[in-house]
Design a protein around this ligand. Structure first.
Ligand SMILES: Cc1ncc(COP(=O)(O)O)c(C=O)c1O
Length: 397
């Protein structure tokens, strides 16, 4: 297999000026990352700063009516509210090991921006976050959080003024500042080595889950379900399970965002509805028109609103080792409401897509079995959207 490829997907499709920092990063991934001292320091930070390990929660009431036991991996309980912290702490520590003094990152919903800003502050690094101007308006509380944590937030006015434009701007900044700056990429996509680096940093989710499942019910679950934006929480959960084969093989289900689901409307489901092409430095599945122009994506959850997906998911989709399904905005909102009212947990709208798949496909899952959903984040950031879409949910009863 060619370096940095997963089947036919992946690679390093970047301007020549980005090759030196990518090569430097690749070298650090081979030397600093696996070292005992790095791994020890990262484990300590993940535990004492971020709050690992996260628990596995059994959904008592939902399980009763589903006919199987539903378990949640509680990444929502991590510091700053989502799985993003696993990645940003690892990359910030790696940046320090490489002698860098600053981080640059992109953000869409703001979760990766907040997690990067927090990791930078903790480790004494300067921090610049590029964010589409549209997202700066939509996600004002997260902009404030990043600024409070000491980051410089730069609104990006080009293109659709959303995540893909923020990534372009952050890559340009990295080209100019590569001597002092590390690009802390937010998902398991982008040019090699980011898909592998982010996957390895997020694999703590799947590794912990395997141990916790064995402790809780004595075996691996029948199915594992995660939402897919760029793909980092899903690959972090799936990757350790891929090793388990034979009688222990686990069904892996990734859930993309179908948007409103109305004909002709935009979605965020490149694996289900896209075709192969190149975006942000890697060959993967994309939403594009017949001329190869990237199409705008849409989802009620900003974190899933991306026209591409990580190359390892494109390969798992092609080989069939993982299944990828789609959930509409309205079903995700219903699942959000169900978890609030029946289990006392406010999930992120991104994670609500994974939950919705389980609630809508219960008949396709083994009765009496065990199903694990990665609850990638908490819903506090989504209150404005909930208020707009489901006013009845929060009205006085
Ligand atoms: C809570 C949450 N879940 C999922 C995602 C999607 O990202 P990924 O597919 O990289 O996990 C995001 C992105 O912002 C997020 O905030």
């Amino acid at each position: 297999m060619k370096k940095g490829y997963f089947d036919e997907f992946g690679g390093q499709f970047v301007p020549e000026l980005l090759i030196p920092p990518l090569s430097e990063l690749e070298e650090a991934c081979g030397s600093i990352l696996p070292s005992e001292s790095f791994q020890e320091e990262l484990s300590h930070l993940l535990c004492s700063f971020a709050g690992r390990e996260t628990p596995l929660t059994r959904c008592e009431r939902l399980s009763g009516r589903l006919g199987f036991t539903l378990w949640l991996k509680r990444e929502d309980l991590l510091h700053t509210g989502a799985h993003k912290m696993n990645n940003t702490l690892g990359q910030a520590l790696l940046a320090k090991g490489m002698g860098k003094t600053a981080l640059v990152a992109e953000t869409g919903a703001g979760q990766h921006g907040v997690a990067t800003a927090a990791a930078a502050a903790r480790l004494g690094l300067a921090c610049t976050i590029f964010m589409g101007a549209e997202d700066v308006e939509r996600q004002a509380p997260n902009v404030m959080r990043m600024r409070l944590l000491g980051a410089r937030v730069v609104p990006v006015e080009s293109g659709t003024r959303t995540l893909k434009d923020a990534i372009n701007a952050a890559l340009r900044h990295w080209i100019a500042e590569q001597r002092t700056t590390h690009y802390s990429f937010g998902t398991a996509a982008g040019p090699h080595p980011f898909p592998t680096l982010v996957r390895d940093l997020q694999s703590v989710i799947g590794n912990e889950s395997i141990r916790q499942c064995r402790e809780s019910f004595g075996r691996l679950p029948d199915a594992v379900v995660a939402c897919v934006g760029g793909g980092s929480n899903a690959i972090g959960m799936f990757y350790p399970f891929i090793r388990e084969t034979g009688a222990d093989a686990v069904r892996l289900i990734g859930v993309e965002a179908a948007g409103t689901g109305e004909p002709g409307c935009w979605n965020s489901a490149p694996l289900n509805l896209g075709s192969p092409g190149v975006l942000h430095g890697n060959h993967t599945m994309l939403l594009q028109d017949k001329d190869g122009q990237i199409q705008p994506s849409h989802s009620v959850s900003a974190g899933l609103d991306y026209p591409g997906v990580g190359p390892e998911h494109a390969a798992l989709h092609k080989t069939g080792r993982a299944e990828y399904s789609m959930i509409r905005d309205e079903r995700a909102l219903r699942a959000f409401a169900a978890l609030c009212r029946e289990e006392g947990i406010l999930p992120a709208l991104e994670s609500s897509h994974a939950l919705a798949w389980v609630l809508d496909n219960a008949g396709d899952l083994p009765q009496g079995g065990h199903v694990l959903v990665n609850l990638s984040g908490r819903g506090d950031k989504d209150m404005d959207i909930i208020q707009r879409h489901m006013p009845a949910l929060y009205e006085e009863r």
